[in-house]
Design a protein around this ligand. Structure first.
Ligand SMILES: [Zn+2]
Length: 80
């Protein structure tokens, strides 16, 4: 696993602080990357397809809040 250090961590909705850790793991079969965040002893994952990931301008990805009632996929958005 690779630790992402060059993006802002998503905020944990339960703790009100950035999540404790964030990892990305390649999902080669599905041509995607699994991003997992860890906080307060729990983890939450989202799959980002590689086309989306590779077409992004570095720094353009923006995380929303983690561990909300809705899934993190809804919180992971690109800046317009
Ligand atoms: Zn938390």
């Amino acid at each position: 696993m690779t630790i992402i250090r060059d993006v802002d961590y998503p905020m944990c909705d339960l703790c009100g602080r950035p999540v404790e850790d964030l990892y990305q793991v390649p999902d080669i079969l599905n041509r995607a990357t699994i991003v997992t965040v860890f906080c307060h002893g729990e983890k939450e994952s989202v799959r980002i397809d590689d086309v989306t990931l590779h077409e992004m301008i570095p720094g353009s990805i923006k995380f929303g809040r983690a561990f909300t009632i809705s899934k993190i996929e809804n919180d992971l958005k690109l800046n317009d």
